[in-house]
Structure formats: C-alpha cells, structure tokens
Design a protein around this ligand. Structure first.
Ligand code: URP
Ligand code: ZN
Ligand code: ZN
Length: 457
C-alpha cells in the first residue's frame, strides 16, 4: 500500500526541513512541502507532526549466527531483525565468521540461508577471511561476484578466527584488486595470548581481568599493524569497534599518510566503561567483549572523535550470549567467557539520548554516523538517506518519548540487557522497510521474511 508521511521534520546527514513524503513501490517517489491526502487516495497516512523523519538506520557490525568460543550466539535472524526494526535499524551488516577449515562459499551459503526468507529487515554481509590459500581465494572471488563487497579479518583470536601476516597481506591484495573494503578487528593476538596466560597463572581469573589481558597498547598495535599492510597494498580498510583514543590515533596517522581507512566505534565503547566488568559476583561477565570496555577517561575522547567526524560510523557489534547459560562458561576463567554485548535494539535510542539529547553530537552527525556513512562506505544501494528514488526505509522518531530499557521488554533473545534500567529520551513511532510499516511505538507489527539482500555498488 502507498504511504504518505505528513508534516515531519526530515533530517538527513546534510538537510533539515519540514515536508510530506510519499512512498510507492518500495521507494520514496515524492518529497514536497505539502501533498494533499485527497490526491493520493488509497495511501496509508501517517501524521509525523512534532516528530523527526530519519532515513532507516544501518548497523554496520552485527553477529546473529555466530559459532564462537564453544557456543552459538543466541539470536536468530527472526529475533535480531525484529529487535533491530523496533529500535529504528532497517538494515544490518552481519559478519560471516567461518572456522579456519570451513570452505568460504559453504559458509556464505550457510549465513545467507539463516537470513534469507527469515529476516524482517534488509541485510548484507562482510565476508570473513579466516583462511587464505588458493582454494579459498577462488571462492572469495565468487562471493564478491555474488554482491558481497567487503571482507572481514581478525587480527585477534589466535588459533580460531585470526589470520597470520601472510594471509592478511594476500587478503588485502585481493581486496585491492577487486575493489573490496576490508573490515578488521585489530588486536595483537600474540600479546593477548601471552597476557591471558600470565593473568590466569597469577590467579587473576575474574571478568575484570579481561581488560588487562588486552590493554590499549594491544589494540593500538593491531591498528598500526593493519595500517602498515594497508599502506603497502593500497587496500581500503575499516577498523571495527575502535575502543580507545590510542587506537584511533594510529588510524588517523595512517589516514594522514594517505591510507584509505575508516574508523568505526560501537555503542558499548561510547557508554560503558571498565568498571562494569568489576561488578560484584560474576555480573561483570555481562560486559566482557573485545576490545574490552576501557577506562572512563576514554569515553569523552571517543565522543569527540565522533563529533569531529574522525569516527565515521557507530555500530553495535551486537554479539548476543545469555548470561545464565553462556557467559557462565567462563566462571573459572575470564578467557572462557563468550565475548560480546547484545545491543542491536538499543543503538539508535541510546545514541540519540546520550548523543543528540545530551548535546554531544548534532542531528546530522547522528544520522551520518548511524546510517549515511555506512551506506556510502559499503555501497548499499538505495540506503542511508531520504531522497526521491531512495528505498522507503524511514524512521518517524518521537523525541518526546520517555522510557526505560529492560530485558523484560526487549525483543532480543538474550536473558539480560547491558543497559538494564537506562532511560531513553526518544523512540521510533513508526519504522518502514521499503515502504511497509514494520513497527509502531516499540512493537513489531511486520511480517517474517520481508528483508532482502541489499544490492551493493
Ligand atoms: O566481543 C566481541 N566483539 N564479540 C564478537 C566477535 C568480535 O570480535 O567482533
Ligand atoms: Zn571483533
Ligand atoms: Zn564483531
């Protein structure tokens, strides 16, 4: 059914104006000062007076199907996409993370099968390069032909997902040849491994020792390492979940030398600090992710990098593991706690609340970092802005809503929220995916399987 959104304050990465928006056949077809509802009979009319109309938000970094650290992430594409949509995110980019002995094409088909026909929001993938040899290379070429125009490499997770320097070099060379962006988890895996052994041997096994096992130098070294390789190969790179000023500076230094690099920050590193992993009992395990939550002093520095545009995108690194049955796998050693924090549902509302409403970033930076720049970097056709011809992925956003986050009411499949009890100032009133209303006022109203693989430029 066609859709008319009236009287909303349309905010994009560059513009801010009041208008009516008409959507037909999945796209935005008219944006005008006033469109008479009588002239578009049969359209569903939504009154957006007093509300913002944002482009659908895009999360550049999620894990939904994730075999990891001896278990599987908790969400399915049904639960994760519903949670995303309720929170205003209409496109997800998931990391495909094959084991080292898995064939890349088989992994691509597996990950695709988990989303296609099930996801309610649109989606695409970063193809994990966890092994690089001739056989794998042929498959990466075919996967790129299938429209997956970004790779993911892990410099961390020794012996599991991590690549060695030979593999990194050749993955970057292939990416350069194919015009593919390489996203990278940057931590020096050897340093992590050695420090973990030292800490455990010293009886320091609680969740709070996760951070000392991979301090800021470990991450900054990882970024420096990637940048040296990117400089030599001229590949375009994207540093995921940058958690600290030291790591950002390594990337900025490289950008100043001419390296084509982008920096992502994820929500937990803007809002949570290391003290959360020091909570009494085993509670701190809820906050174990990698790179780890940092000292409080890092948070304002990361917000500054976002405000100045040095940080390009804000994702979540949504990696959902239950507290009771999964995080507890690391009761005796923090090294066995499945890494990750669930937050795909909360990114937009928390970024609006602690960014825009708190005066840390303006509306354009908010839209740019949470949607537009991701669409541009990863070539997501039709996404990331409100314009005639763009996909009708729209978020009618009520800045006057007040509420609280709780695992009791969230749509994610996990048994806890890292933001339990946190207040949100603002929430999506209506969320559309290619012109179809999929959520209203915090409730999912859409159907299963509407999401499709986003064409990539
Ligand atoms: O702690 C994290 N980040 N878990 C998910 C896997 C990854 O490194 O992105
Ligand atoms: Zn990672
Ligand atoms: Zn991740």
């Amino acid at each position: 059914m066609p859709l008319l959104i009236r009287n909303g304050r349309v905010v994009t990465a560059t513009d801010d104006y009041t208008a009516d928006i008409y959507c037909q056949d999945q796209a935005i077809t008219r944006i005008e000062a006033r469109i008479d509802p009588a002239s578009v009979k049969g359209a569903e009319v939504i009154d957006a007076a007093g509300k913002f109309v944002f482009p659908g938000f895009i999360d550049p970094h999620v894990h939904v199907y994730l075999p990891f650290m001896g278990t599987y992430a908790k969400d399915t594409w049904e639960t994760a996409s519903r949670a995303a949509i309720v929170g205003g995110t209409t496109t997800l980019i998931e990391m495909i993370c094959p084991g080292k002995t898995d064939e890349p094409m088989a992994a691509f088909e597996t990950w695709l099968s988990k989303a296609q026909g099930i996801s309610s929001c649109d989606f695409t993938f970063h193809m994990g390069v966890t092994r690089f040899d001739e056989k794998a290379e042929r498959q990466f070429r075919d996967i790129v032909k299938r429209g997956i125009r970004s790779f993911k490499v892990f410099l961390a997770y020794k012996g599991a997902l991590g690549v060695d320097d030979r593999e990194l070099y050749h993955a970057l060379k292939l990416a350069k040849e194919l015009g593919v962006v390489v996203t990278a988890h940057c931590e020096n895996e050897t340093l992590v491994d050695e420090r973990q052994k030292e800490l455990i041997a010293a009886g320091k096994a609680a969740p709070e020792f996760h951070e000392p096992s991979r301090p800021v130098q470990v991450e900054a070294e990882g970024v420096h390492h990637l940048m040296s390789f990117a400089e030599l190969t001229s590949a375009e790179v994207y540093v995921v979940h940058t958690s600290c000023d030291e790591a950002v500076r390594e990337a900025v230094c490289a950008i100043e030398r001419g390296v084509k690099a982008h920096i992502e920050v994820v929500l937990p590193h803007l809002l949570l600090d290391q003290t959360y992993t020091q909570k009494p009992g085993f509670e701190g395990a809820k906050y174990v992710m990698s790179p780890p939550l940092r000292d409080k002093s890092q948070l304002p520095r990361m917000w500054n990098h976002l405000r100045s545009g040095v940080v390009a995108t804000v994702g979540t690194d949504h990696a959902p593991f239950d507290f009771e049955t999964q995080k507890t796998m690391g009761k005796d050693a923090f090294t066995k706690i499945p890494n990750g924090i669930p937050s795909v549902e909360d990114r937009v509302n928390l970024l609006y609340t602690h960014g825009v409403a708190a005066g840390r970033i303006d509306l354009h930076t908010f839209v740019n970092a949470a949607s537009t720049r991701t669409a541009k970097i990863f070539g997501l056709t039709g996404k990331g802005t409100v314009a005639v011809g763009a996909d009708a992925d729209l978020v009618v956003y009520d800045p006057n809503y007040r509420g609280k986050i709780s695992a009791k009411t969230h749509s994610m499949a996990t048994d806890y929220s890292a933001f339990e009890g946190w207040e949100i100032k603002g929430r999506p009133s209506v969320v559309t995916v290619r012109g179809e209303v999929m959520a209203r006022d915090g409730k999912f109203t859409g159907g299963k399987g509407r999401g499709r693989l986003v064409p990539r430029a």
